[in-house]
Design a protein around this ligand. Sequence first.
Ligand SMILES: [Cu+2]
Length: 353
Amino acid sequence: MTSSKRQYEDFKSHAKAYLGPSLFILSAFLSLLSIFFVFSVLLAGKETPKSTEVGKQFGEHGSQSTTIKWGPFLVPASSEGGGMKQWVLNNVEKPCTDCLITFIQAGLEYPDGSYANSDTDMWLHHTVLFDTTQPDPACPMSNVSRIFASGNERTPVDLTGNIAHKTGLYISPATKFSTLVELMNGSPEAREAILTITFEYIPGVPVDFKKTTMLWLDVGGCYKSSDVPGYENAIFEYASEPLVSDIAGIIVFTGGHLHDGGTHVDILKDGKLVCNSTASYGETAGYIDGNEAIKGMPHVSSMVTCLSAGALGPGEAVSLVAHYDTKEHMAMKEMDGTISPVMGIAMVYIMVD
Ligand SMILES: [Cu+2]
């Protein structure tokens, strides 16, 4: 194994080592949610001025599109901690207040504004947006609510189904946001990167609009990490526990998150498929690896999302099955050559009746 290969493969193992002790202290509370608490002291970066323009949908309701940038974050060299680092920014700027957020998409760029991705060895490994004033609907013991997340595939979340659904996430004057950022740098030098999140929103709540909530499904469950073992040259799957709804509404958006090696996430209602969220690899140049050790390796570049997955009533359960085929798609590896842990997550956004 070359040293650059070793450095590259060290990313995941280092992340685990980095997380391990703190997570141990917090006993079994091993979800991304827990990372929020553990690293809440690791404040870093500053917000840069946001730009706002007229939104692409619901212009008649005064919709606005705004991109908030956080950073720059100095992401360490690959030789220092595998190039992986996490930050949590507390009480960050909200895109709007007393408004409905209808669209969210994360991105990553360098300080000069150019695109950052795996072709230049800079990963938006994960970001999670929290409302710290609400309990999590999928995880009632938690007093912060996950409202959006993205991996490096940067899935756009359009809650309106291209204006088919008059809905959004309501942001009250009291709502407080926090942002978790986890970046990965494969370069031998520390480099800066900036997280971007683009929001579209409507001021207020127009009379014919309804509010949306989100259920987070995770093969790791509510109080455990989604990082579960991966296997080489194998077909395997992980299922989440069913999550029973206590609300009535319509699933207006859902889609999955997998790591390399994943093929699709089945999202189910009472055991019946409502969304087949398929992974695509290497669709654009940014998702073709530029690291010498694995140059040309395609990474997950998008997940199919479902913009209308039917009604959900009280007592009905949603769940997911994450499918992997590491014969078909190469998975990331640890330093010892074993396959890195994998994830299976889906966000299920429900327009509440
Ligand atoms: Cu992930």
